[in-house]
Ligand binder design. Structure first.
Ligand SMILES: C[S@@+](CC[C@H](N)C(=O)[O-])C[C@H]1O[C@@H](n2cnc3c(N)ncnc32)[C@H](O)[C@@H]1O
Length: 213
């Protein structure tokens, strides 16, 4: 496929990549601590935004969707030991890094193995871009959210497609594209550009979508 056509379409446009191939790729990537770290500096704005938007986490049930090694869940759990955090990922090799008492769960975000309306807060950081079934995955995150519950998705902007090397199944998003999907189930939906540091002007690569059911 011509690079210019792929750029317009924004990824995920070649042959359909089977889930087991994506899982195998991330199982292998789990050994690469440099590019798939198990910790994150809690001052990074992606973390701060999630903490600020969710507010007090005491006693709340929280789900990290496509958690990787659980670097975000780790910070949330440290900040609030009384939070009940579950972390789901396709790759069991990634999940081995997630520390207790975070509850780990292996599965796909396109069919979350949780009851409807069972979480107060749900978030997905740089994982929806790998889901392939994007509309289904967003629907699943909304389904498991309680009425009034909050959802954060942090991912990359389709307008910057091509800036980084990406696997063939990856897809980036336009603001309005995910807003539209979230509005099917959530009453308050917004999005904004973010950067790693609060005092650094966003360069347009990262977007955060915030929604309340
Ligand atoms: C780039 S990593 C991000 C991990 C983590 N959210 C973070 O920010 O550190 C993407 C993760 O999404 C997971 N993933 C990919 N497709 C998935 C799917 N269909 N369901 C659940 N997790 C998936 C991968 O295994 C990988 O751990």
């Amino acid at each position: 496929m011509k690079p210019w056509l792929r750029k317009i379409l924004g990824g995920s446009v070649g042959r359909p990549v089977p889930l087991h191939e994506i899982r195998r790729s991330f199982d292998e990537a789990a050994g690469d601590e440099e590019h798939f770290p198990s910790t994150i500096d809690p001052r990074i704005y992606h973390v701060q935004l999630i903490l600020e938007y969710f507010g007090d986490l005491s006693g709340k049930r929280i789900l990290d969707v496509g958690c990787g090694k659980g670097r975000f869940a780790r910070v949330l759990q440290e900040r609030c030991p009384a939070a009940r955090i579950a972390a789901l990922d396709l790759s069991e090799a990634m999940l081995r890094f997630v520390p207790a008492p975070i509850g780990v769960c292996s599965g796909t975000m396109t069919s979350l193995p949780f009851a409807s309306a069972s979480f107060d807060c749900v978030y997905a950081t740089e994982s929806l871009e790998h889901a392939v079934g994007i509309s289904t995955a967003v629907g699943e995150m909304c389904r498991v959210l309680k009425p009034g519950g909050k959802l954060v998705i942090i991912d990359k902007n389709a307008e910057h497609w091509g800036r980084l090397k990406t696997p063939e199944w990856e897809k980036w998003f336009r603001r309005e594209e995910l807003e539209k999907l979230l509005k099917r189930d959530c009453r308050q939906v917004s999005s904004r550009f973010i950067s790693y540091w609060e005092d650094v002007e966003p360069d347009g690569l990262f977007l955060a979508w915030l929604a309340q059911k």
